[in-house]
Design a protein. Sequence first.
Lengths: 334, 280
Amino acid sequence: MVVDHVSLTVPLGQFVCLLGPSGCGKTTLLRMIAGLDSPTTGRILMSGRDMTRTPAHERNFAMVFQALALFPFLNVEENIAFSLRLKGIGWRERRKRAHELLELIKLPDIGSRKIEQLSGGQRQRVAIARALAQEPALFLLDEPLSALDAQLREHMQIELRQLQQKLGITTVLVTHDQREAMTLADSVVVIAQGSVQQIGSPTEIYRRPSNRFVAGFIGRNNLLEVEVLDRRHVRLGSVVLAVAPIPAGVVSGEVVTLAIRPEELRVLPQGSQGGGTLPGHVSFVREIGERVELRIDCQGRELVGSVSPSDGAVACTGPVSVQFMPGAGTILTC
Amino acid sequence: MLARLRAAVLLAWPSLALVGLVAIPFLLLVRISLAPPDPNGLWSAGISLAAYRGLMDRSFAAALLYSLGLAILVAAVGVCVGFPLTFFITRMRRGWQVLWLVFLLATLTLSDVLIAFSWQVMLSKRIGFANLLVTLGLMEQAASLTPSFGAVLGNLIYLVLPFTVLTLYPTLSQLAPELLEAAKTLGASPLVAFRTVIVPLTKRAAAVSFLISAVLTLGAYVAPVVLGRPRNWTMAVLIGNAALAGHNVPRASAMSVCLLIAALLLTGGTSWLARRRGSR
């Protein structure tokens, strides 16, 4: 089974991202929403109306495909006006609407161009304009930015978000790029092996992952086996750490997972004192722009920490101390 | 410079061969069509339009139109049958696709003489098809289905079908399914999506397929002779009769030239139709 036990509500006017690794079922879910695939069981409702058996062409859900699927035998304007032509709208009105959409996507002068004459970014925008022309009830996007280079992708993410906010159109986007999901979404749905792992705002997903998969998939996380001591404390080896409140139902002595982000660890010069501090040895240093990522061997465990490039004292291989910031991290039981 | 000349000579030999093997016999054909007929030999010396004048009657025009009409009908039915068949094949798993293509190629290895006589047997009173029609209640009693126009038409469609599929296959196998799906999400029903997306994307391949079938049918000889009545005979049969039975080679040549012109007009017309853009 590709998708199983998915229960998802998309609030009107929101931007929802289905996020997960390749083959997790997110595109299948989107295709079922679009009406291109049929679920064997379950229902798809739109404002209370059951759409499960409604054919794709009667749903008025526009979709932008990963391959864009622009019609090569039509020019840009004709591509954008395709859905309007099917509705029997006259030539003048179609042309006017196509020009409005070209203005919206900031490409007012390319209406007469052939599709093969467009750049990747232009094609992207034309595909979006074509989908928006029919004024859809729901706007679906299947990894539409994946073929673009990093810089253009980032630019298009911002443009897409601004466009969605301007039109207030309910949007569902499929992506495997967590950064893209974080940039665009009001709400992120993390999917793995065909089932929903967590639904929440980007901050919630990042700060409070619900399980080991989400913690490992979203951003970089240190996942450590710890023993629960009381409601606020756990033991990691010989060190007692003060952590975020432990979920109800977890009893003292139970072994759970502590998920802690690299930025929640303080990497200090060797010999620094303080609570929740472990001695370690930096084994690998990686420059990642505004931060320097460190791989630290702490009593047989590899931790990932990060420091500012200006912090030269620890931004190189050698012995250090790692301090767990009090109250940081999330306790995971599954 | 010498290397370029050598390369040009090496690349030019196919065009020289084409001139030698196609253009020269055609020019000879035109020349013979303009020669006075000689009842005791093949043709006489000199220039005459007698052969062309001899074609200026209703019977020749009717025969030419019949051949052209039959070619168009066979090609149209061939494309109409071949298109869904090819679409169906391209949606199969790769191994099945290869099997189908090998099967279709294998049918091309059979001689059209053999195929025509097989059809004659298949459509005879005693064997096969007539008895099936009787069993189904579509015929009162078994009777031979040849000679008939239907037998000629069916046999010619059978002959062109592999060419139709093999011509359409490359285009249809590369047709991205997302294009149809995109049309659906933009409000096109399956039929409208076929008309507005599949047809424009495949019309050139369909036109080529149509032309190949039509040109092959224009030259059909065996099927009309074996499976048809004299009124079902095509221009190729009539040309053969004029040359072999009538000993009038200039008339046969003139008929061939007219048939060639008809084929060129058909090709030009089809190409023009295929190039025409869809209406707004």
